[in-house]
Each structure stands twice: as C-alpha cells, then as structure tokens.
Ligand binder design. Structure first.
Ligand SMILES: NC(=O)c1ccc[n+]([C@@H]2O[C@H](COP(=O)([O-])OP(=O)(O)OC[C@H]3O[C@@H](n4cnc5c(N)ncnc54)[C@H](O)[C@@H]3O)[C@@H](O)[C@H]2O)c1
Length: 355
C-alpha cells in the first residue's frame, strides 16, 4: 500500500539510550532529511549523557511524556525486548512512524497485535533486522529468488558469539546490559530471542519460509546458584534447529554465545540443484561466494562483490518521506516470531513442530 508522502525533515525520537541506541543515533544523524529531536530513558543520568553526546535538544524519562511533548513524528525503540510491544503500540497510537528493535515482541500473539495495529495506523513500521544492511545478503537473496542455483535443497546457517566465554565485550557478570539478556524474568527469550531471531531472518529471507522446526535449547550453569544479584540466569544459551522449508528443502540452523573465537559471525550456505551460495561474515559482508556452471564439476568457488544496499535506518526515513513501503516491516517481524514460538514449543515437546 502506498502511504501519504511526508517530504519535510523527519523529526525522530529515540526511546531507550543504552548500548545499541548509540548505533541508531550515529546512523540517523548521517541521513539527510532526518533530525533527532528528543530521547527518553527511564535512567535520567543515561539519557542526559546520551543527549549531550549527540547534541539532542530534549531529554525525557518517560516515553509517554516524550510522545506528548517532543513534537516528534517518528520513533526508534531501542529499549529491552520486553518493552518493544507496549512502547510500539503506544507510539503507533500517538500517530508515530515506528522502527522497533528486534525481536519485535516476546511472542507471536504479541507480534501479531503489533503488526495489526501498524497496518491499521497506516504509519511506516519496521523491525531492525540489521543484517539486512549487508550487501551480500540482498545479493544472495536476489540470486536464489531468480533461480540461479535451481531448486533449493539444503541450507546451513549459524550465528556465533563468544561473550559468555570471554570478555570481548566486557565482563557479563557485572554488566546489567548483558545480564538482562540471560534472565527470562527480565524479559529475555535467551539466545533464541536475541540472535536466533536474526539468523532465522538471515536464512529465510533468501531461502523462503520454514514449514517445520525441531529445536533443542540448552541453558548452561554459569554462576553460583545460577544467579547474579536480581538476575536469575535461566534463559537459553545455545540453540540447535533441524528445519524443513515450505519449498521442500531441509537444513540446520544453530546459534550460541559460547563459540570461542567468534565475536559475531553469521554463516549461510544455500545449496540448490544448479549450484550453491555462501556468506561468511568473518570473510566479508559485502561479498559472497558462488559455485555454479563449469565450477560445479571442479567444486570451485568464485568470490563476487555485491552492490551496496541502503541500511534499515535509511529505508525507514526514505519510506516516511516518499510514502513507498519498506522491508523488513512488522508483518515480517511477526512471521519470524512465529518461528521462534514453534521452536520453544518443539523444545518443550521434544519433537518437530509445524510452523
Ligand atoms: N539489531 C541489532 O543488531 C541489535 C544489537 C544490539 C541490541 N539490539 C536490541 O536493542 C535493544 C536494546 O539493547 P541494548 O543492548 O541497547 O540494551 P541496554 O540494556 O544497553 O539499553 C537499554 C536501555 O533501555 C532503557 N529502558 C528500559 N526500559 C525503558 C522504557 N520503558 N523506556 C525507555 N527506556 C527504557 C534502559 O534504561 C537502558 O538504558 C534490545 O531489544 C536488543 O535486542 C539490537
């Protein structure tokens, strides 16, 4: 659906001013036609420091006050996962265009409510599947969709981090920014909700929707009595999925925070009847590899540079200003959330579950 154009500068507000909000601020400040007019955080010192750092004119300690007083017409929600649903619904109700961090919600039911409210509002709504910013992913998706590797048969995807077995991003034992991610009481759905959501999007955007999942989740002992202060460390650390795609292909998807030696590595290999495509972010995010044509009989690979793509941040601003729809939207966020719900159900039942 084409929306009404809003060609003037976008007046953006940032809700949640922790770690990831810095990436949002840097990206939005670099986009012509976007002004950051306000920010909100429940922590007054943090929002004050953030506004000073990025020269943002107005700081609030509640989203409600920001929505009522700041004069913004768009928001980006960068608060912890449990707040995404309530803050997005509140923002849409106030007439805002909304970019929301991933995972869109804590459940498919909540994500569907958000997608329905967004559709009804007619406002731009996007979820920050930030690996869509990588040119290699778009190029691989376009090749698969165009039939360049024939019928898809087999998919391997993984997302590996190592912050539980290292101090690569600081000591998680003493950092609330990491500890909430380990605790379901603090709204985390574990590795599956945090980075599993990314790798499911990364695999299914090019290879197509899943029809079933067989999931194993694992939470390891990490601290005395499995807690640090108020944080009960019960959220999953490692995820292994055996999957089937609607197009009949099968595959494996896995993700963990225990992968020593990999700070943040995404890997995807899609094999079809006429060839295969591969992305390995430790090698490149702007180039991919292909084995097809005469290379098939020699099992050789060519590296191909991918054309640049606009970031999700830029697509959000362009969509507001031009009225043209942009992806990934809340409906896509809900589709991925449906897969996550099926994973939790499969793990609990110990058998494959239809998506
Ligand atoms: N797309 C990505 O690649 C990516 C990367 C990192 C984090 N994230 C997502 O970004 C979100 C934030 O992560 P983070 O690492 O910045 O966490 P963080 O803990 O560093 O920051 C979250 C901030 O939100 C604030 N907050 C909590 N409740 C709030 C509320 N009701 N209103 C306003 N502010 C509130 C907290 O005080 C804190 O300052 C999470 O949903 C996470 O999944 C996405």
């Amino acid at each position: 659906m084409k929306r009404k154009k809003s060609p003037g500068p976008v007046r953006l507000a940032i809700i949640g001013t922790g770690g990831m909000a810095h990436t949002h601020a840097r990206n939005f400040l670099a986009i012509p036609g976007c002004r950051i007019v306000a920010a909100a955080d429940i922590d007054p010192a943090r929002v004050a420091k953030f506004c000073a750092e990025f020269k943002i004119p107005a700081a609030y300690t509640s989203a409600r006050e920001l929505l009522a007083k700041s004069g913004c017409n768009a928001v980006t929600i960068v608060a912890p996962d449990a707040m995404h649903g309530p803050l997005a619904l509140q923002s849409l109700k106030a007439g805002m265009h909304v970019l929301c961090e991933k995972p869109l919600a804590l459940s498919y039911a909540e994500a569907r409510r958000m997608a329905a409210a967004a559709r009804k509002s007619g406002r731009v709504n996007m979820v920050n599947f930030s690996y869509r910013n990588w040119p290699a992913l778009d190029a691989v998706a376009a090749l698969v969709h165009r039939g360049a590797i024939g019928e898809v048969r087999h998919v391997e995807a993984s997302y590996l981090q190592c912050w539980l077995s290292s101090k690569i991003w600081g000591d998680w034992h003493t950092s609330p920014g990491w500890l909430w991610r380990l605790s379901s009481k603090h709204g985390s759905r574990g590795t599956l909700g945090d980075i599993g959501v990314h790798i499911v999007d990364f695999a299914t955007y090019p290879a197509g929707p899943l029809s079933s999942v067989f999931c194993k989740l694992k939470t390891f002992h990490k601290a005395p009595r499995d807690r640090v202060g108020p944080y009960i460390l019960d959220a999953n650390d490692s995820v292994v999925l055996a999957v089937e795609f609607a197009n009949g292909a099968v595959g494996s998807i896995h993700t963990t925070r225990w992968s020593a030696g990999h700070a943040n590595r995404l890997y995807l290999k899609i094999s079809g009847t006429l060839g295969a495509l591969e992305i390995d972010s430790d090698r490149s995010t702007t180039a991919f590899r292909i084995c097809s044509g005469p290379d098939l009989d020699r099992a050789q690979w060519q590296e191909v540079k991918a054309p640049p793509v606009p970031t999700v941040y830029a697509r959000f601003i362009t969509s507001i200003r031009t009225g043209r729809p942009a992806q990934p939207d809340f409906a896509r966020g809900a589709e991925v959330q449906k897969v996550l719900d099926a994973c939790f159900k499969s793990d609990a039942l110990g058998r494959p579950v239809r998506v």
